[in-house]
Design a protein around this ligand. Structure first.
Ligand SMILES: [Zn+2]
Length: 87
C-alpha cells in the first residue's frame, strides 16, 4: 500500500468516526501558506451529507499535518439523522 493510500484510509476512518460519509478521494493540490508556502499534492474527499472536506497530503512541509480538513476535525451535522436518509 502506498503512503497516500494509507493516509486516505486513515482519513476515511477518522471522518467515519465523526459521522461523515466521504465520497471518493480525488487527486488535487493544496496551496499552503505560512513558513513554507507553495502547492503540494493532495487527495480530497467530500462528505456526502454535509460537504465537509477531508484532505490528505502525503508530502507536507515540516509541522504541517498529513491529514486535515473539516471532516476529520468536526462532527458531521447530519450525524443525528443517521438512519433517516434516503440517498
Ligand atoms: Zn459530514
Amino acid at each position: 500500500m502506498t503512503k497516500i493510500e494509507r493516509l486516505k484510509q486513515e482519513a476515511r476512518e477518522a471522518a467515519r468516526i465523526k459521522g461523515h460519509r466521504l465520497g471518493r478521494f480525488r487527486e488535487s493540490v493544496i496551496t499552503a501558506e505560512g513558513p513554507a508556502p507553495g502547492q503540494r499534492p493532495a487527495a480530497v474527499a467530500v462528505c456526502q451529507v454535509c460537504g465537509a472536506m477531508a484532505v490528505v497530503a502525503p508530502a507536507p512541509a515540516r509541522d504541517e499535518p498529513e491529514i486535515l480538513g473539516e471532516a476529520v476535525q468536526w462532527e458531521c451535522f447530519g450525524i443525528e439523522r443517521e438512519g433517516h436518509e434516503t440517498a
